[in-house]
Every structure is written in C-alpha cells, then in structure tokens.
Design a protein around this ligand. Structure first.
Ligand SMILES: Nc1ncnc2c1ncn2[C@@H]1O[C@H](COP(=O)(O)OP(=O)(O)OP(=O)(O)O)[C@@H](O)[C@H]1O
Ligand SMILES: [Mg+2]
Ligand SMILES: [Mg+2]
Length: 590
C-alpha cells in the first residue's frame, strides 16, 4: 500500500533516489565549493594558529556550546507550494525569481499547502538521528518584518516539532579531542528536537542602499536540528556539524552540504567557572550554565570552530575583568579574530508565535516511520565498520572513502568489488569472506590511491570521472590473472581516465589491451637472462654499487630498467628481480 503510494508519486527512498534527478550540473556546484575552500584557506589562518596553543585560562573556565543546524531538504518542491526546490543548475542560478508560486510571494488570498513529499527526507533524517517521530505535530507562525520574508512571518514547528529526543554519537576518529572523551570510546550529544520550517528569500546588496530580492529560496523546506548544550570544545562542535552533515547525506535527506550553502549553523556559546553553576541558566533539563550568546549563520566547519574559540576567549576576558556577559546575537566573518555584536536583549524581536490557522496538524503514520526505518540506507558509522570488517580497508581509508565526493566513491567501490568477485569462480565457500577482504583492499587501493592520484594531478572532480566500476574491475581482473603487468594496468587506467566524452562507442578494456598489444607475453627464462645481462653490462657503476658497496636496494633500479627496456607487457617485475639477484650473486655480489 505504502510502496504503491510512494511509486504513484515517483518518490523512492533508496540511496540515490531524488539525488540523481536533482543535480543536473553538479560540476558547477563543485567548482564553486573548491573556490570557496581555497578562499577559506587564504583567509582563515589566524585563528587556527591560536587554536594550537592552549590557553591556561581554560583550566579555570569551562566552555559550553549548543548548536542549531539548518539544512535544506532533498525534495523536488517547496514546503507549502509546488514550486521547484531542486538544487540550482547553472541556468536557474542566473534566473532569480523563476521558482516562485503565488503563495511564496505572499499574494493575498493564497494559502499554504503542505507538500507531503517533503516529509520523507525529514523523517529519514529524524530516524537517522535517533529521534522519536511524533505522531502529531503542528505549525506556528514566527513573526518578524523583513524584506526576506514576504508573509511577515515564517512557518515553523518550534512549539510542536515533528521529531524529539535524538542523539548523535561521536568518536575520536570523528575529530573529538581526548579531553572531551574522558577515557570513554564515544561521546553522546543530545538532540532536543528537529523541526520543519520555511527558508527565507535571498537578498543581495547592490550599491550602498539598494537590495535585490530573489524569492527562489523563499519557502524552501528546511529542517532545524537543535542540539542540547552538551558540547565542551570548539573541535567537538565542528565534529558535530560535520557528522550531522554526513548522516544527512547518507540517508539522502540533504544533498548540498555546508560548502554550497545547503547547511548553516548557529552556535550558542557560554562559559562558566569550573565547579560552579555559572549564572544558574538552564536549557531543556541541562542546568548550571553560564549566560549564552548566539553567533548566527556560520557556513563552514572552520567558521564554527573559529567563531567559538573567539567568542569563548572574549567571554572569559569579560568575566575576568569583573563584567557580566549579556545575552546577545553576534556575528562572525571569515578570517576574523573576534565576533561582533549585532544586537542585544533590547534588540531582540518579539516573534509573537501563534499556531498557523491555515494549516491542520501534521499527522505522521506509524507505517510510514516503520517503512522508512526498514529501508534506511547504511549510516556512516555502520558503513565505516562494514568497510573495515567486510572489505578489509584500514580505518583511514574507510573514512576517506566515506567522506570524499559525498559518498559516491563508496557506491563505486562496492560495485567494483562485486564485479571483481563475480569474475572469480574459483574461491571456495570457506574463503569467500577472506577473499572479499583481499579484493576489497586491492580495489580500495586502486580507487583511493591510483584513481585518487589522477584526480589530484589532473585537477578533475569526481563527477568528471569516466572510469566506470566495470572498467576499473576489468583492469584489476586482468592484473590479478597476470594477463597484464602493473605498469600496463596503470597505463590503461590513465587512458580511460583521460578519454574525452565522445559520441563514438567507448572501447572496452579488452579492446584497448588487444589494440595496444598489451597482454603479458612472458619472456622465456633465457629472454629474461639475456635482457638482465645486457642491462648489467651497460651500467658498470650501478653494478659496482650493488657488488662492492652492498647497496642491495639498487636492484630495483635494474628491475625498472628491465621493465622499461623490454617490450611492453613482457617483463614481470618480480620475475625480473629474481633473475637479477641470481645474476648479481653469480657475478660476485655480496
Ligand atoms: N547557556 C547556554 N550555553 C550554551 N548553549 C546554550 C545555552 N542555553 C541554550 N543553549 C543552546 O542554544 C540553542 C537554543 O536554540 P533554540 O532554537 O531552542 O532557541 P533560540 O536560539 O532562542 O531560537 P532561534 O534562534 O531559532 O530563534 C540550543 O542549541 C541550546 O543547546
Ligand atoms: Mg532555533
Ligand atoms: Mg538560535
């Protein structure tokens, strides 16, 4: 019943689902991300230098942080209208106000129409973050007057959120400092709630007193994830945001991360003297806190960490000078060393929350929650374990595989491993698991290091890669079966990597091997010996180094010479080494 309902709306819940349709020109987005990253690197050194030093005042003062994360949901339409909510492609990015329904522009007489499809990624996010999905939740109007809010209010769920009481588990490998773990394996950060809400319009400053307003973003579906004030270091705060982003991506709840503006964080910072109850402030059952200030709209992990360091240090200085911290909203700019006051308590807006009269309560059926729980894709922690235990990767390689390219490489990896395994029918049942680990390790190495190396040296992004899992596994299978040499395998990978997109049918690996006459045609024993002898004869100095100075490592230089001098695909390095060693020993090497 439910799956029929999902199908009838062309909604899938699998790992790729909406994502594939949603980003037609991801290259553009990736390039933008790269540019932003480079900019951040140039601008952001001051604070990280400061972070390296331990401030002795921290022995006296304890930091507390709670974070609100706003994430754009991966949906095809806006929260209360059918206007498109798909990530921008190049064409739409240049067309402001092209995705605006009458309701998004607050035309008189229009009413919100809740778009059920937006619920799916939101509920997946809630389940992935261990929340209780509420059977019944509701919508409030949060009023404030600003040009980015055509209605004069934002529709949100602050008082009756759809998901409550979740948690996020972090480990040292997520970037949590040992001091925060306190000897334990993991640290659990409570999540108070997750609410759905509308995004605002985007304004661009033009000239000194004019703004352009783009309503494309107005009414886009967001979730706000609110953590409890359970965080006690800037590094853990950044790790929390990073991990939440990874979790949201893994379940396809969000497709654009912080680097592209799809995720923004507000950090709430307070300090208290260790062993005291601070100012006695409390939040949702956590008591004995100091007075908080809030830094809004941070758009990178580094900004989260740096802004907290700066605000913590400012608060300590204020308190040590005998003053008090005011409840304030503060701002942070990239590359800054201090937060700046935006508005104080007196400037706080009275939001005049009230239930939205146009919207009925949101009722989420248990069958939907159950279905989404059962079909939830693998979460990053479980994926990390799977990649190590089942596929034999090291922790470092497993983490890299998950973290890079929005998890795309994991899919590539799993498919390539399956191809390699299916071409090997010799493995007996008893060694299936061991074989999978062996193949996994090898394929992982090719994807992360060989293919990864090509991506770096040729400055390409993952989306430009034309090597398919099938092609990669075909190369590996030939190598494994000793049908080609390692050198040829790498050469084939580079060739496929460099292929331009073309209309011609792309040659298969077999065809490339045949066309280039690259198949291993092993030399006879005699052939090896003759080749080795000719190289030894041509390099008396190197021979001397091996024989007289005992520099055995130089043998590999001879191996290289043999591989290069012999016809393509005729010399196997191991065999060449064997023959060379024998020859050197015969001729008097130590
Ligand atoms: N004393 C404190 N020190 C540090 N963090 C705190 C403290 N008190 C509350 N927080 C954190 O501040 C955040 C408050 O978020 P919440 O959305 O409930 O309220 P808000 O900031 O007033 O609302 P909004 O900014 O959405 O209008 C939570 O993440 C909470 O953990
Ligand atoms: Mg909030
Ligand atoms: Mg807030």
């Amino acid at each position: 019943m439910l799956s029929k309902w999902l199908q009838s709306r062309k909604i899938t819940t699998g790992r790729r689902s909406l994502q594939q349709e949603a980003i037609p020109l991801r290259k553009h987005l990736k390039d933008e991300a790269k540019r932003k990253k480079a900019e951040a690197r140039i601008n952001g050194d001051n604070i990280s230098n400061k972070r390296q030093r331990t401030d002795p005042r921290l022995e006296k003062w304890e930091l507390t942080v709670g974070i609100e994360i706003h994430a754009e949901l991966n949906t095809a339409c806006k929260l209360f209208s059918s206007a498109s909510a798909e990530p921008y492609d190049q064409q739409h990015a240049t067309t402001p106000n092209s995705r605006v329904a009458l309701f998004d522009a607050a035309m008189p007489g229009t009413q919100p129409q809740f778009q059920v499809a937006t619920l799916l990624p939101a509920v997946r996010a809630a389940i992935a973050l261990g929340c209780d999905v509420q059977h019944k939740s509701g919508w409030d109007r949060k009023h404030y007057f600003h040009w980015d809010q055509p209605n004069g209010y934002q529709i949100t769920q602050y008082y009756k959120a759809f998901a409550k009481d979740g948690s996020l588990t972090l480990r040292a490998s997520d970037g949590v400092p040992a001091g925060d773990l306190n000897g334990a394996d993991s640290l659990v950060i409570g999540i108070k709630q997750i609410q759905m809400e509308q995004d605002t319009a985007k304004t661009t400053n033009v000239g000194s007193s004019a703004y352009h307003i783009d309503l494309n973003r107005a009414g886009m579906p967001l979730i706000e994830i609110i953590t409890l004030p359970h965080i006690h270091s800037p590094q853990t705060a950044a790790a929390v945001v990073r991990k939440i982003q990874a979790v949201l991506r893994s379940v396809d709840a969000c497709v654009t991360g912080m680097e592209l503006g799809g995720l923004r964080a507000d950090v709430n910072v307070s300090v208290r003297q260790r062993g005291t109850d601070g100012t006695g402030a409390s939040y949702s059952g956590v008591s004995g806190l100091g007075q908080r200030t809030e830094i809004k709209n941070l758009s990178s992990f580094k900004a989260v960490e740096d802004a907290i360091v700066a605000e913590r240090d400012r608060q300590i200085s204020v308190l040590e000078a005998g003053d008090v911290i005011e409840g304030e909203t503060r701002g942070w700019t990239l590359g800054a060393t201090e937060t700046t006051r935006l508005r104080g308590k007196e400037g706080e807006v009275d939001y005049r929350y009230m239930p939205d009269a146009d919207l009925p309560p949101l009722v989420i059926g248990r069958d939907l929650v159950q279905h989404l729980t059962q079909t939830l894709p693998t979460l990053p922690d479980a994926m990390e374990v799977e990649l190590q235990e089942i596929y034999g990767l090291s922790l470092k390689d497993a983490k890299t595989m998950i973290d890079v390219d929005e998890g795309d490489r994991v899919d590539f990896f799993e498919t390539a491993v399956e191809h390699v395994l299916s071409s090997d029918d010799e493995a007996s049942d008893s060694d299936v698991a061991a074989n999978k680990r062996k193949v996994g390790k090898m394929v992982g190495n090719w994807i992360l290091h060989e293919l990864g190396g090509l991506l770096t040296t040729q400055e390409r992004s993952w989306d430009d890669v034309r090597v398919t899992p099938k092609k990669m596994s075909d190369i590996i299978v030939l190598l494994q079966g000793k049908e080609i040499t390692m050198r040829v395998a790498k050469q084939l990978l580079t060739e496929v990597f460099e292929q331009e997109p073309c209309s011609e049918p792309v040659p298969t690996i077999e065809q490339l091997v045949d066309a280039g006459n690259l198949r291993l045609r092993p030399l006879t024993q005699r052939g090896y010996e003759e080749l080795a002898q000719s190289i030894v004869d041509a390099s008396p100095d190197m021979v001397k180094a091996v024989r007289e100075k005992g520099q055995k490592g130089k043998i590999m230089w001879f191996v290289g010479q043999m591989v290069r001098t012999g016809d393509e695909g005729t010399v196997e390095p191991e065999k060449a080494k064997e023959v060379l060693e024998r020859l050197m020993a015969r001729n008097g090497a130590p």
